[in-house]
Design a protein around this ligand. Structure first.
Ligand SMILES: [Zn+2]
Length: 264
C-alpha cells in the first residue's frame, strides 16, 4: 500500500493547528488515519492554559494509538475515550466547561482485511474511492445547513450554536459529542483509496470550484498531496487581491492524508 501525508500552516509565523497521522501496525493487516483541524475560538483565554496545538497533539496522539491498539472497538467509542483521556490531561488546571475550550474537527478511518470504518465530525472531509473509480465524499454538513444569518456572525455561531442542539458539533472536552459524528463501515473490497482533507485543503473544491471530489482525489493520486496544497495557496494569493469581502482567512492550515489500500 501507499500512504502520503502533507500538513502545512496557513501562516508560517503561526503554529499549525491541524494534526495528521497514519498508523500501520506491525501485523500488516490493517491501519488507520487520523486528521484533526484545531478550532481557534474567538477572543483569548477560554478557561484553558494550553494552546490549540497542545490539544490536537494529545487528542490526535490518543486516537492514533487507540485506532491501532483496539481494532475491534467502534470508532465512536474510541473518540469518546480519546476525548476523556485528553480532558483528564488538563481537568485539574483548566475550566473545561468554558464554551471556548480547545476543540477540533475529526476525521478517522480504520481498515482491516474485512472492512473500512470511518468517522467524520464537523467540516473536514473523507473521500473514498471504489475499485470502479467512483468517489464518495463523507461529510458532516451541519455547519453548511445553519442559517446564513447565523453564519454572518462568527461570534454568534461560536456562542450560540457550537456544540448545541440544532447547531454544529466539534470535539472539545465532552466525550459524548462522539455520538454526533457521521459514521459507517464499508466492505474492504469496495474501497481502493482514501483521502482525508481539512477544510484548508478542501477549498480547492468547496471555495474555488477547480473540480469535484473525484477530480480532487485524482489530483492527489497523480500529482501528490503537496500539489493540492500548492494549488490552493496559488488560488488564495490570486483571490486575496481580487475579492476583499470573502468570509474567513486568506490562508488556512491545510492537511491531506492519502492512503491507497490497493493498486489501480
Ligand atoms: Zn487546558
Amino acid at each position: 500500500m501507499r500512504t502520503e501525508l502533507v500538513s502545512e500552516p496557513g501562516d508560517p509565523g503561526r503554529p499549525n493547528e491541524d494534526f495528521a497521522s497514519v498508523g500501520l501496525p506491525a501485523s500488516g493487516q490493517g491501519g488507520s488515519l487520523v486528521v484533526l483541524d484545531g478550532v481557534t475560538p474567538p477572543g483569548d483565554g477560554g478557561g484553558c492554559l494550553h494552546s490549540v496545538p497542545w490539544f490536537t497533539a494529545r487528542l490526535g496522539g490518543a486516537l492514533t494509538e487507540l485506532t491501532v491498539s483496539l481494532p475491534d472497538v467502534p470508532l465512536v467509542e474510541l473518540l469518546s475515550r480519546a476525548l476523556a483521556r485528553t480532558a483528564d490531561g488538563h481537568a485539574a488546571t483548566c475550566d473545561l466547561s468554558h464554551p471556548r475550550t480547545p476543540q477540533a474537527t475529526v476525521v478517522l478511518a480504520r481498515w482491516s482485511p474485512a472492512s473500512v470504518d470511518y468517522l467524520v465530525l464537523s467540516d473536514s472531509a473523507l473521500l473514498v474511492e471504489s475499485p470502479d473509480g467512483a468517489v464518495t465524499p463523507f461529510l458532516d454538513d451541519r455547519l453548511d445547513r445553519l442559517p446564513r444569518s447565523a453564519l454572518a456572525s462568527h461570534t454568534l455561531v461560536d456562542t450560540t450554536l457550537r456544540n448545541k442542539e440544532g447547531g454544529f458539533f466539534t470535539a472539545a472536552a465532552d466525550p459524548s459529542v462522539a455520538s454526533r459524528a457521521v459514521t459507517g463501515s464499508l466492505p474492504r473490497d469496495g474501497v481502493r483509496a482514501l483521502a482525508a482533507l481539512t477544510d484548508g485543503a478542501a477549498r480547492w473544491v468547496e471555495r474555488f470550484h477547480e473540480g469535484d471530489w473525484a477530480d480532487c482525489l485524482a489530483l492527489v493520486r497523480e500529482e501528490g498531496a503537496r500539489s493540492l496544497v500548492d494549488r490552493v495557496r496559488t488560488l488564495e494569493r490570486a483571490d486575496a487581491g481580487r475579492v476583499p469581502a470573502r468570509r474567513g482567512k486568506t490562508h488556512d492550515d491545510a492537511t491531506v492524508v492519502y492512503a491507497e489500500l490497493s493498486p489501480r
